[in-house]
Ligand binder design. Structure first.
Ligand code: HGY
Ligand code: MN
Ligand code: MN
Ligand code: MN
Length: 413
């Protein structure tokens, strides 16, 4: 672990996190809301660009919306780069650390390497990926999926937010030319290895009483949209047995989802978002949209669970005189990080345990293209996607120190 003596003279993770902690504070929901292209996320992206420029890094933004801050070698040739970084967008009412901790730690790790007089023999880049949470346009890791070709640019352009704005319209309003969205795959060829530091979203490190862990795998996960169609009507003039109420069908479908998933020890099923249409207090809804987030370590079990939930939803909808449509929004198989790189990190961080995660990350997308690893930093509450997410100052600095050790090892290769 990097000793305190080599801590950066300029910044600490705690100091950088304090810089950004007020950005995106959500008084209505509590926590932080930094959807992609919001003022808060835009302000945070500008903050990162300023911080990276201040460190003499060469900052560019590609047509995937990804910000790259390059520390080039003397040759200036960008190939086989060591990349670190994370995301700055958040879920609605999320925590302070999910994403920003990885970006702030990357900046401090560069400080540490510079303090140590490291002269990289291969380029280093800090990447900031947009729309990792998928909380505005519904597809998680949108930026890294465009970069790797996992998401078709046309599909991305036509994604809609809850106000019906397309990604292309919003990108254009924010100065990004929609004609070139996803046109830039050259950067992918320049990348050699990716290491993402992230707050742990769980209690593994708390239970092991360690500050930093190495990631082993990411649970396979997907998102599905169910629309239950019934008969909209008047709340006061429609007798109870004359109704085709999609809200009732949706409620029974959600209980069915919980009951089905609970039969599998490692399954995690969540309906965190439900939208009755039109959504009036005195109106029987005509339609109810609900979004399912389902995860399991074995992709074939996820597929079987989705099939069972779909069939069950159709039976329940019919019982209520309704119908249901079911669409896949995104699907990511279980990812096992590169074992050679993981072993390399274990050699560099011998005290760090190895933990899996149930949370998705851009690292999970890149893992299909270049050797990829993750570092997790202890979260005393174990809670995430909530204002109760927490990282203590000493662990935040330990994380940046561990990241610096890993980057130094990889840069020296
Ligand atoms: O949803 C996730 O697992 C991640 O935090 N985007
Ligand atoms: Mn995250
Ligand atoms: Mn998250
Ligand atoms: Mn994530």
């Amino acid at each position: 672990m990097t000793s305190p003596a080599t801590k950066p003279a300029t910044d600490t993770v705690t100091g950088l996190m304090r810089d950004i902690s007020g950005i995106g504070t959500d008084t209505f929901r509590g926590g932080y809301s930094r959807p992609v292209f919001s003022n808060a996320e835009t302000e945070l992206r500008s903050w990162f660009i300023e911080q990276a420029s201040r460190r003499g890094l060469d900052v560019t933004t590609d047509t995937n919306g990804i910000i790259w801050a390059w520390w080039d070698t003397a040759t200036g040739i960008r190939s086989d780069a060591v990349v670190t970084g994370s995301h700055l967008d958040s879920v609605p009412g999320g925590g302070e650390y999910d994403g920003p901790l990885g970006v702030a730690s990357a900046l401090v790790a560069v400080d540490i390497l510079k303090q140590q007089g490291i002269r990289p023999r291969r380029p280093l880049a800090i990447a900031v990926f947009p729309e990792e949470e998928g909380s505005r346009f519904g597809v998680a890791c949108l930026g890294s999926r465009l970069l790797t070709g996992a998401l078709d640019p046309d599909t991305a352009r036509n994604l809609k937010d809850t106000d019906g704005n397309t990604y292309a319209d919003v990108a254009a309003a924010n100065g990004q030319d929609p004609r070139f969205i996803g046109a830039d795959r050259t950067t992918l060829q320049q990348l050699g290895v990716f290491v993402e530091l992230h707050v742990e979203q769980g209690r593994g490190l708390v239970d092991l009483d360690r500050p930093v862990a190495i990631g082993s795998s990411i649970l396979g996960h997907g998102r599905w949209k169910l629309s239950v169609h019934g008969q909209g009507n008047h709340a006061g003039t429609t007798l109870m047995n004359d109704r085709k109420d999609p809200m009732i069908a949706a409620a029974k479908i959600m209980i069915g989802i919980r009951d089905t998933a609970s039969k599998y020890r490692d399954a995690r099923a969540t309906v965190g978002r439900l939208q009755p249409v039109p959504g009036g207090t005195n109106v029987i809804a005509s339609r109810v949209d609900l979004w399912l987030d389902l995860r399991h370590p074995r992709d074939e079990v996820t597929a079987a669970l989705v099939e069972s939930i779909h069939l069950n939803a159709q039976v329940i909808a019919a019982e209520e005189g309704c119908t249901v449509s079911f669409g896949t929004e995104s699907l990511s198989p279980t990812v096992h990080f590169d074992t050679g790189l993981r072993d390399r990190l274990q050699a560099l961080l011998p005290e760090a345990p190895v933990l899996d995660t149930g949370a998705g990350h851009d690292a999970g997308v890149l893992a299909g293209h270049i050797p990829t690893a993750m570092l997790f930093v202890r979260n005393p509450t174990g809670i995430s996607h909530s204002p109760e997410e927490l990282v203590e100052d000493h662990d935040a600095e330990a994380g940046a120190g561990a990241l610096a050790d890993v980057l130094a090892g990889l840069l020296g290769e």
